[in-house]
Design a protein around this ligand. Sequence first.
Ligand SMILES: [Zn+2]
Ligand SMILES: [Zn+2]
Length: 270
Amino acid sequence: MGAGDQGHLKADIFLFPEERNLRIFTCDNVVQGRIDARNVFHQDDGDWQFLCGGDHGEDGDVEDRIHIACLECTVARDPTLNAISKMPRGHHAVRKGRGEPWFVWQDGGEEALGRAEGDSENYVTYVTESSAWLGRRQDAMHAQFGIRDAKTWHYDQDTGLFTFTFADRPPVLADFEKVGSVSTRSNTWLWSWANESTEPRLTLGAQRARDFGRERDWLPLWLADYAADEVDGWEMSAIVARLTNAEGCYRAPSDWLYLYFTLRNLRCAD
Ligand SMILES: [Zn+2]
Ligand SMILES: [Zn+2]
């Protein structure tokens, strides 16, 4: 009998970009709590597998069968799975057990890309606080400079200057850095430091967030790209802005990209 017989479980923290009721592969050891999920695979076709790390073959333990379960139910039973919720396709994660760090690998890679910490609550708290912090900054910036009313925007990687123009008043200038971008084609986030078309000196804040994330084993901060939407872009921007005490952020739409910038030293051109 499968886990579905117990009814659906609601997860207090659910950070996966997938639908909550996504069907995933798991095994009896994990579902029944005998062994934590220790080998997690996010396959190229998008399937997730949350397995105990034991033998599931023909000769394996007949008590430990692979079966299909619901993603949110699986996360509800083990919230520490949220630490690897942003792990992209073609990657897998291994750990010794709950409370131990995940080591995230790209399939076929020679060494682990990095670690992810199972304590998602601290991460969620930090993101929430940063978003609130940025909200206050945005309110102040918009009140003073009204860049929401801008007719055009333009940035120059050579000068590091962002320019907003208006119909009825002089332009507003700002120094900028790039945080990253969300592709609405692939629905992925890409950090500026991983984007070859971005000048490295315009990614210092994003690099700082990466180092900050490495220290805390927060995967979304150190992994170069992963499934994401506009909200994720704002969250990453909020973290960078807060870490670097930026004056605000700007999200610029481009054909199939949202570009996220931090701004500082805003001033009206005469
Ligand atoms: Zn469920
Ligand atoms: Zn198993």
